[in-house]
Design a protein. Structure first.
Length: 98
């Protein structure tokens, strides 16, 4: 087990103390619970957040800003739609046992 020192402004410390008192736990226990809630994927609020947290911890999720994504231009979308309409229909592939 390790020990850390935490520095925070007086107002934040007062809020943490109040939160600990409300739960009737020590400040140490309160801060430990906060740290666990912030870092343990199993404690996330929904399944999607839990999966994202696990992927992030495994180094398999890339965080990006919405501004980083460049949408394709209209011509590229039109060309992709045209290509998607070509090819062998699924029903023929099923009939041919492919």
């Amino acid at each position: 087990m390790q020990q850390i020192t935490w520095r925070a402004d007086d107002e934040l410390v007062a809020r943490v103390k109040a939160g600990a008192q409300t739960l009737r736990v020590s400040m140490n226990e309160y801060l430990t619970r906060l740290a666990q809630a912030a870092t343990d994927p199993a404690l996330s609020s929904n399944e999607i957040e839990e999966i994202r947290a696990r992927l992030r911890l495994a180094g398999l999720l890339s965080d990006f800003e919405a501004g980083d994504v460049v949408p394709p231009d209209d011509e590229a979308v039109a060309a992709a739609r045209q290509r998607a309409g070509q090819g062998t229909p699924l029903s023929e592939l099923v009939r041919a046992n492919r």
